[in-house]
Design a protein around this ligand. Sequence first.
Ligand SMILES: [Zn+2]
Length: 141
Amino acid sequence: MSIISEMVFYELIRKLEFALDIKPKNEQLEILHERFKNSSERIIEKAIDYLIDNYSNKYNKFPQVSEFIEAIREVGKESPDQTNEDLEGRKVLFTCQICRGIGRFIDEKKSPGGVEVFCQCEKGQKLYDNRQAYFEARRIK
Ligand SMILES: [Zn+2]
């Protein structure tokens, strides 16, 4: 098992881009690479194949960090020959390094002083969905 190299990571991402026919933003790719640069090549390769087979393209958005994590979990379940490194890799994945698991962070590139934004990780997307559900519920009342 080896940690994925930057070159292989971007090659696999390109394959996913072609398969889904969606062009991600450079910032998105940087976030994905930052997040999965310590994962094993084997698990990322499998996760990308899983996304190619299963990703639903209904929003025409490139898969987000949370969707990659979901794919990694799914491929982990399928392989009974998991190595300790794979399991380690998955444990590391549970705390988002961008928001430190909080789900929101200050984007300092946006306007002076930064703007608080929802993270692209599972926690961030959950917070975002909750907020949308709240506004939706208010609208119906
Ligand atoms: Zn996060």
